[in-house]
Design a protein around this ligand. Sequence first.
Ligand SMILES: NC(=O)c1ccc[n+]([C@@H]2O[C@H](COP(=O)([O-])OP(=O)(O)OC[C@H]3O[C@@H](n4cnc5c(N)ncnc54)[C@H](O)[C@@H]3O)[C@@H](O)[C@H]2O)c1
Length: 253
Amino acid sequence: MKTIFITGGSTGIGAASVRKFIEEGWNVGFMDVNTDEAMKLVESVGNPDRLLFVEGNTCSREEISRAVNQTVDKFGRLDSVFANAGIHRANTLLDISDEELDLMVQTNIYGTVNTLREAVPNIIKAGGGSVVINASDQWFVGKPHSFAYGMTKGALGQITRSLSIDLGGYGIRVNAICAGTIHTPLVDNLFAKFSKIEDKSVEDYWREENALYARGRVGTPEEVAELVFFLASDKSSFCTGGHYLVDGGLVAR
Ligand SMILES: NC(=O)c1ccc[n+]([C@@H]2O[C@H](COP(=O)([O-])OP(=O)(O)OC[C@H]3O[C@@H](n4cnc5c(N)ncnc54)[C@H](O)[C@@H]3O)[C@@H](O)[C@H]2O)c1
């Protein structure tokens, strides 16, 4: 039975991924700062033998180490990691504070690097496996009010390339998912801010966002979890170093 470690698993894309891997018969260890939502998820999944939650912040290498070790102790091995935890703040080069810039870099870049530094040696011990990094459509395109977010997601896209080369010899594939707008708590909070900045109602903001997509709507966390599962599993055995869009046609425009 395979085991995956997921960061930011309490809500949104992470939570849908936790559910998907449990449905597919995997063991899942997940970590998040949001314990309340994690507890609701654990209860609704109802599979204590194959699911472990560890509270922790990816910005702390010590906390990541503890969560990865507890996952390996419980399930005996680690085959895959989904470095998913991330945040977005509305900013441009002209208005970002030093504190916000630091928070974005610490969370989205260092948080991911910390996760990989702790998880990958365990995947090597298991004889190889798969790394999935949650980048963004902002690896491909720029978006307004997203200076620091785009910068950090660009870094994750590059990490995907270099790691796929360095880890290939260990039998580890490394891929990034690049999602368009997916309806999650992160986006609900963000669009409330964006609509204020642009002096629009939230409803108008959503209407315009949906219209950008060839599918006529933004995506769901479950639609992203399908891609995460494909890339984490042996079904994607010839995929490595790739940036996989799940964007309803946004970037095709
Ligand atoms: N929703 C989108 O439109 C979209 C698009 C492309 C990429 N993404 C990426 O997907 C990932 C998940 O986002 P989401 O939309 O599901 O948002 P979300 O806010 O629903 O989920 C993020 C989860 O990560 C947790 N988290 C945040 N910082 C953490 C930290 N330092 N340590 C541990 N846990 C932490 C949060 O508590 C939350 O449970 C992010 O990396 C985001 O950038 C989202």
